[in-house]
Design a protein around this ligand. Sequence first.
Ligand SMILES: Nc1ncnc2c1ncn2[C@@H]1O[C@H](COP(=O)(O)OP(=O)(O)O)[C@@H](O)[C@H]1O
Ligand SMILES: CC(=O)N[C@@H](CCC(=O)OP(=O)(O)O)C(=O)O
Length: 259
Amino acid sequence: MKDIIVIKCGGSMIDSLSDDFYKSIKDLKDSGLQPVIVHGGGPAINQMLEELEIKSEFNNGLRKTTSDVMEVVEMVLSGSMTNTLVRNLAKHGLPALGMTGFDSSLLKAKALDFENLGFVGEITEVNSDFLLNIISMGVIPVISPLAAGIDGAACYNINADTAAGAIAVALNASKLLFVTDVPGVLKEKSLIENATVPDMMKLIDDGTITGGMVPKVMAAIDSLDGGMSNVMIVSGKNSLLNGEKIVGTTIYKEMEAVY
Ligand SMILES: Nc1ncnc2c1ncn2[C@@H]1O[C@H](COP(=O)(O)OP(=O)(O)O)[C@@H](O)[C@H]1O
Ligand SMILES: CC(=O)N[C@@H](CCC(=O)OP(=O)(O)O)C(=O)O
């Protein structure tokens, strides 16, 4: 099996991912990496909830998911978000297959904290064999962050950064990229190219890293704990590549790995 690259596309970018972004996925695939895509959809879920006048609140970056909210989350994540990516990948010569995390029990989960967060799941298992079979056909899996409940719940809502991290670790991926609407982690508007976990924790503590960047960095740290050697946060506005190098912020566990 070729080296796997897990690419998480944030909801902030799905509709505006550039042609150059898709071309760079083709270049990465042609260079021998096998892409797996996990996507979010936070902004589209917010918009649909607003239109339906369903209240939604976040708790430490996680959406409190009542059963009414879950219906909308499921509809948005497994619908237009996945379809947009699959269609655009096909347009760039990349065959892709959209699936929810509960298809074929790809992701299994239990409630993280039902009292405070409702149907937000904590992943308990990733069906790697299923994904590896799809990958072996040369097809790119495009996965929405929903999971099958192991505790009687039909479906759980998983933060997409967390889902991507768990999938990358389970597949023993060689790369994990979080694609978002900024060039990486910024400090005073400058890109931080390399950083360690303690550097990142300091930037969260001093308020440099806030909002949606916090769950992304925390998912990156969990993936490093799970065995990834480095994790990147990158922009989807341009090509992922500058020459053969992926551009963005690379987070390493240890200082020695940076130098
Ligand atoms: N230090 C930082 N560097 C870069 N972006 C940051 C930082 N702190 C907070 N952010 C915010 O994080 C956002 C990305 O997170 P989010 O909107 O959740 O994206 P996505 O939908 O791609 O997961 C950026 O658009 C930016 O507003
Ligand atoms: C539990 C939880 O918060 N789930 C997220 C799933 C989508 C997501 O994570 O989308 P982004 O990557 O665009 O933020 C949500 O309901 O918004």
